[in-house]
Design a protein around this ligand. Structure first.
Ligand code: ADP
Ligand code: MG
Length: 256
């Protein structure tokens, strides 16, 4: 290919916002020559690789903005350790039809059963599928909203929790809230109702939410919006965190 044409293609690709093509054009041409590719196959190769590169870039950018604490996947979750948890229920969620439907998912259970792990893995899957994600603990969200309200910037800060397609609210119920704080949570839940998904984790059953939110009426109003369209998964098994710790302690005791 003449230097002139390849330079022109690089320039055009740059203007079209295809930086990968500007870098890899020679490589594409070499592969086309080697494989004696037809025009259709060649165009298909170039376009599909550009799309894959763009999707991957968007995925990694989405993960950076999501504030997820880690990027664990469902493949890393050992279902055999939680024998009472039906893997199909979790795998159904991973198809993301609840995200498409702007519905919610709740993961309930005691510490260490993998609620955050599963919530994060669903969020990673949603991010890969092109949805925007934001992860927060309930306490951080409340603290940020309170500070914004005190500074007269509540509407602006609410946007952080309303804009993403999927909001992950981790650790509902670890700290009881005051009425004004619970009210801020209600605002987020009711404004997201049927507009965007929430994935939440909690160590409390829904019947205990009255205590968490310090007000039965408010808790009921929150649950009403949250549970109208919600997949609920309860994990009532042993803590994975303690699994290896307990084994190690048993070993130490055996030796002693
Ligand atoms: P929770 O949010 O329920 O307290 P986490 O999701 O934080 O629990 O899980 C605690 C740790 O144990 C994490 O490192 C998580 O990846 C791991 N973990 C929990 N359950 C499993 C499991 N069944 N298979 C593999 N790792 C697990
Ligand atoms: Mg957790």
């Amino acid at each position: 290919m003449s230097e002139l044409v390849s330079t022109r293609i690089r320039n055009t690709a740059g203007k079209l916002g295809l930086p990968h093509l500007t870098e890899t054009i020679s490589e594409y041409i070499r592969r086309a020559d080697e494989g004696k590719m037809g025009y259709l196959d060649f165009l298909d190769l170039v376009l599909s690789e550009e799309l894959a590169v763009r999707d991957d870039r968007r995925f990694r950018q989405g993960l950076r903005l999501s504030r997820l604490p880690h990027h664990k996947t469902l493949d890393e979750y050992d279902f055999s350790f939680q024998s009472d948890l039906d893997p199909r229920k979790v795998k159904d969620l991973a198809t993301l039809s609840f995200v498409e439907a702007k519905a919610n998912a709740a993961l309930l259970g005691p510490p260490g059963v993998g609620k955050t792990h599963i919530a994060v893995s669903l969020a990673v899957a949603a991010c890969r599928a092109g949805y925007s994600i934001y992860f927060t603990s309930l306490d951080d969200m409340v603290r940020n909203l309170k500070a914004a309200e005190a500074a007269g910037r509540l509407t602006n800060k609410l946007g952080t929790y309303l804009r993403p397609s999927v909001l992950v609210v981790d650790e509902v119920g670890y700290q009881p809230l005051e009425r004004a704080e619970a009210n801020l949570v209600f605002q987020v839940i009711s404004k997201r109702y049927e507009k965007g998904s929430i994935i939440l984790t909690s160590n409390k059953t829904f019947s205990e939410w009255g205590q968490v939110f310090g007000d039965e009426v408010l808790a009921t109003a929150i649950l009403d919006r949250l549970l109208h369209h919600c997949e609920v998964i309860s994990i009532n098994g042993p803590s994975y965190r303690l699994k290896n710790r307990l084994k190690a302690i048993e070993r130490e005791n055996d030796v002693a």
